[in-house]
Every structure is written in C-alpha cells, then in structure tokens.
Design a protein around this ligand. Sequence first.
Ligand SMILES: [Zn+2]
Length: 344
Amino acid sequence: MNELVTGIAFDPIFLKHDQPSHPENAKRLESIFSELNKKGLLEKVSRLKCRSAETDELTVCHTNEYVEYVKAFCENGGGYLDPDTYSNSYSFKAAAIAVGSSIDLTELVISGDLKNGFALLRPPGHHALANRSMGFCLFGNIAIAAKVALRNSLIKKVAVVDFDVHHGNGTQALIADDPNILFISTHQYPFYPGTGSSREIGTGDGEGTLINIPLQAGVGDTGFKFAFEEVVIPSLQRFNPDLILVSAGYDAHWDDPLANLNLSLTGYDWISRELIKSAERICSGKIVFFLEGGYNLDVLGFGVTNAIQRLSGIEEFEDPLGKSLQSEPDITNLIDELKKIHEL
Ligand SMILES: [Zn+2]
C-alpha cells in the first residue's frame, strides 16, 4: 500500500485573476510556490487536477442571479465588483475553479485517498456573501466545500476554523443556521468587516455553532495560545466533527501591512500543529487548509510552507522574521466571557 500524502490544489488560472497594484495579487501565490520549491516540497505532495465548480455547486451557497451576474460581468472584461473586489476577464473562471478544486480536495481527504490537504487558491472566499462579493472574495470556497460534503452525505458534521485576521463574515452568513457546521473564528475586533462579536452565536437550528473570538489589536502568540487552549480546541473536541476545514489567513502576522494582530510565524506554526493534532485525535487526521488572506509576501511563503511541512509530517519550520517586539494585551476577561457563553 502506498503511504498517504498531503494534497495541494492549484491551477495556473489562479495567477490570471490579478491586479498588481492591489494587495491581493498573483505574487502571493508565486511567493508560496517559490518557497515550496526551495524546500523540495512539491515533489512530496500530490497535485490535484483542478476543475470548475458546476452551477449547482456554486448555488449551494450563492444565488443563481449572483453567479450569472459575476460570470457575465467578467466575460465583459470585469472591473470592480464592489469597492474592494476587482475582477478581470479570467476572474469568474478562476473563482469557479477555486470552488471546484476545494470540493474535490475535501472529498479526496474524506475518502482517504489523501492524508490531508492545502488548497492554494485565489481569489479567497471567506467574505463572499450569498448575493454579493466582498473583501477580495467572489465565492465562499470553504463554506461550499463544507456544504457539498454534507449534501453528498460524505460526512455528518464538519468544523471550520478561521484564523485569518479578518472575521469570516461570509462563511458565517452562509452556514449560521446549519447545526452540522461548527464555525470558530479568531479575528481582530473591532475591525473590517465589522462583524464577529462574541454574541454572534448562530441562528435557528444553528444556535451555538458559531464561536467568535474577537481579539483586540496587539494580541499575538500568547493570546492566541490561550484562546486555542481554552476555547478553540475544547469546542472542537465537544463538537466531534468528521472533518476539520481551516480558513488559513496569514494577515494576523505582526508584519502584515493590512492589520494589527501580532502573531509570529512561530505562533502560526503552533496553531497549525495544534489543529493537525486535534484532527488526528477527533477525525482520523482529516483536515484541509484553504488559503485566505495574508499580504506580506515573505510571511505567506514561510507560513504556508511551514503548514504544508507539518501536514506532511515533516518536523521542521522556519521563522526568519522573529517575534513582535510589542507587549500583548491581556485577554483573560474575553476568554472567561466566551467560556460562559459557550458553556466550556
Ligand atoms: Zn484577511
């Protein structure tokens, strides 16, 4: 029997959705591939053959009108879909392939054909809403992957952990009433996009399945460790999912140009390892990471490479940027409040 390997999803069209003057540009993936290449990791992982999502997969989370609108808009050459989100003539195709490959990578991990995975995709997805683009995102890659896996009865329960610095408002909106999807988000708060307070806990049948961990500016490795040990990991354990999906944003790093949390690459590596260990304990190691934000190219290159090394079982990581020199605010009150709200 062949040993199971980590899968990555990447298609060259992800580089064609591009605007070089915008922070969310193709250089982000180029930086990641350059680092993966230097480490020889591309020979150790399995590369997925990517395909476009079908309309009935996109409409698991989005309205038909919105899907048709984005398609026609991009076919006409594109432009700004909203004040933050650009598109060009390749963007619909890139976004639809990002979703299709997210679904396939997730299914191959569920079926046991792959050990785990990292979807190296653009455009990102966690801000996209049912009927509009938002925050550089066109379609909700991770929410659709979760919902399609549930729809196809491949699993009964899935947890989504989002450590991007911005609240995953799109993912939250798309899954908030689903009792079979646990969504846990750590994010800077108050901050873009404005949502993600500790009181947002889900709606209808999904009440209690949203766990928002709003962090004030300056929180770094110590605060994240506290939040993961006291809230994130116990919540995962209690929910007992069949699969863990991760919205992996590297903009919570102290040197990211867009935000003000202070994680280091060492802190990110700790988080990746804890999530992988949780997946091993809870769901036979079934875990898939999805690229979201991260706008410092070095941080992205090292951060994603470190995560893929850990997914592949390689006990190595690199942190040439070091730690933030700022001292961290204490988040004991927040953690106490969250433990009360969620009865942890
Ligand atoms: Zn972000």
